[in-house]
Design a protein around this ligand. Sequence first.
Ligand code: APR
Length: 167
Amino acid sequence: MNNLIELTSGDITRLDVDAIVNAANNSLLGGGGVDGAIHRAAGPELLAECRTLGGCETGTAKITKGYALPARHVIHTVGPVWHGGNGGEQELLASCYRQSLLLAKQHALRTVAFPAISCGVYGYPLQAAAQVAIRSVREFATDPGSVEKVYLVCFGDEMLEVYHGLL
Ligand code: APR
């Protein structure tokens, strides 16, 4: 099985890929963190399209154009807020990766880049989140369709070291 996963670090808004994944909130109307960075880089048309989507359930994903981003599309997903791990957070986070990848496949995309969903404002522990991310992408790799490369983007060395330790 060719290695679908590639680690990279830096600002996800600068990646020239078919889709970058946004760690959004249920309103899809923007926020801080990577959500804020993506909306700033994409421009106001992204928010205008997001307004038409009617929000997004935690663990699910919706796709828009990328507008001023180098990426052709943005896949918006809403990760779980970490409440200690006994509220189904792990399954919701896995669902974010799974649903985002299914959307990429449905849209015949080849390259997709993920930030560390839920690992910022939403407080998900990095090590546990990285394990969910890698396991979810590996499960998807059994039937990836058009998807040839999944970039796991680290914004800082800490996450890069965590992912390296797991791969
Ligand atoms: N490129 C790549 N990764 C980034 C970038 C960037 N430009 N900016 C932040 N990150 C990383 C953070 O370091 C973290 O590891 O993205 C990961 C996710 O952090 P958040 O953006 O805080 O997202 P999350 O924890 O899922 O919280 C979502 O935050 O911004 C609001 O509207 C958003 O309410 C939602 C909540």
